[in-house]
Design a protein around this ligand. Sequence first.
Ligand code: ADP
Ligand code: MG
Ligand code: ZN
Length: 727
Amino acid sequence: MSVQDLPLQDALQNYFGFSKFKGNQETIIQTVLDGRDTFVIMPTGGGKSLCYQLPALLKEGTALVISPLIALMKNQVDQVRGYSENDQVAHFLNSSLNKRQIKEVREDTAAGLTKLLYVAPETLRKTENIEFLKQINISFVAVDEAHCISEWGHDFRPEYRQIRKMIDAIGSRIPVVALTATATPKVQTDIVKNLGMEDHRVFVSSFNRDNLFYEIRPKTDKDTARKEIAKYAVQRKGQRGIVYCLNRKSTEEIAELLRVNGIKAAPYHAGLEAQRRARIQDQFLMEEVDVICATIAFGMGIDKPDVRYVVHFDIPKSIENYYQETGRAGRDGLPSECVAFYSHQDILKLEKFMRDKPVAEREMGGQLLQEMVAYAETGMCRRQFLLHYFGETFSAEECAKNCDNCRHPKERIDVSADLVLMLKAAKATEGRANIPQLVNILRGRATRDVEAAGYQELPEFGQGAEKDERYWNSVLRQGLLQGFLHKGVENYGLIRLTDAGAAFAAKPKPVELALNHDFPSEAAAAEENGHATRAVLDEELLNMLKAERRKVAKKHNLPPYIIFQENSLEDMATQYPVSTDELANIAGVSKGKAMRYGRPFLRVIEQYVEENGVDRPTEIVMRSVAKKGGNKIYIIQNIDKKIGLDDIASAKGLTMDQLLEEMETIVGSGTKLNMDYYLEDILDEYQQEDAMEYFRSTEIDDVDAAYDELKEEGMTMEEVRLMRLKF
Ligand code: ADP
Ligand code: MG
Ligand code: ZN
């Protein structure tokens, strides 16, 4: 009995050690074994690789695997080798190999030892490689990440368009297996057409990821969003997460903000050295880093099962991108969250980026972006919206309240009359108008293209003028969702009336619709936000804390503001800290100070909270990254007030070293700083005198030399620098 005759299940167990096929892997594999062209559409993590790996091992000859990323090829080959006894079973052929290595690959392949040969499309453009492959018995060609073929996908690679030509050059009638995780109907037709697939079978797995929670939050302004993300991550400390940003600077800023708040975070973007990137990626896999703040350069091919959340600081360019990126959460099937921040401003920015692109690309990009906007603003079930976008029918009940809109439903209204109006407009335009045009027709807006097509003559023109754009967009979406309208695939984006739509228009039934979100403009939101988050100061507690401060100050024989400054007390009377850790998060309070003076204050707060049944804010108090500049005045004023240097440093988020540097520039620019109050605390008279003596006597102004001399007196570098400042 040859291996081919083994039941597939046994082969799976034999070669991969898996006991069951996932989803429809088995039928797919059988189809590939039968030599049919096969198109596999399966979400990320669904197990596509096995669909060509197992047939490759079972079939005679060598399977050619075309994969876009040279960087991941080695990884994929290693993975296959890991299941096998020898390394010859899988090889890759790409520009990273030297002559000797290429020779080895060719020999193993020619000898029939290699069952899987991974190649980049570039490799297939070289005549010598084509000539070589002509002599090989190719079992089939697998095109992984096949969406790269389509300009409508999210990773278009022009080389992918040449694949058919190259396969034909290698041999005739070689079966093709295309695999992708992203296939909108448009991308699907592109792939089939471009690969010239014939009599092929298509396998579409559901794209539903029922363990993912989808949420869109308004991005009122960048700073607030950053803080919100930090808060979010702090609440999930110890969990893995990815924060996606569109630019490098944001990745750096957010990673920094997370770090100062105790999260193990790192930035990741194309501007970092390859080595550094590889290290960060490793650290993420090894769990030395919990949160990666990345541009889209991160994630392709990373199979980390326990990513608990994916946050989009910037809204992605398309739903494909969004789905791909959110798809990296929760591969292990456990509940995970996907939160995206959305603002009109960001959309305008993305549109601006596209302005310099060629017209066709710009048009395409614009439409993809509009879909993203529609998703962000929709009031309907997000899962339903996403799955419908990928060509699946799905009812909102199946979502199990696992998206923000299902969890907090919007007001629903009956829109059947308006839906009929929309259907009439679609009928009248005979499938030649797109979404914005239809909306403009109903609103009675004679834009250039509406006018050019003569649509202002239609009876529907202006019939819905009293309702706004958002509303009509919602109605139109509902029409698409119900199958009353159809959006063109070939002539992308044009809307036509379906038979079901015509039937509905003739005999309408009630249709309920959740209205779309009305995201406030940035300025309006910022204002609202300012009012909403203005701290609620508890005057009663504040007075109690002030009294306590007087008591403590008296006991230590110190002026009260040395114990805690006014703003610190106010912050306490707002945040109600009850532990030293929480106290250390209060404005102007260092860890040291919290420990030294904190206890009686905490007792006061705790008692107060208990007696008055105060609902303490569960919000985590955020530390923010120190702003450069701005510090100097603060430092001068607070040294004047005789505030401890460690408190000043902590209030500004500076290290002692950074504070000293700031102070050195202040003194260097001629401003006097009187730090005697602090020096008295840390050095005795004799040490101070010795230091002054030294600085008076020496000719060279060199801190290191001074330290060498003065460390004999038991002084630290910090103290030496302070004495030099004083001098
Ligand atoms: P995709 O390419 O579709 O994103 P992969 O092929 O990388 O997914 O597979 C995702 C994960 O699922 C891998 O860790 C793989 O080993 C695992 N896997 C695939 N098929 C099975 C199976 N039948 N049983 C168990 N695990 C599987
Ligand atoms: Mg894959
Ligand atoms: Zn839902």
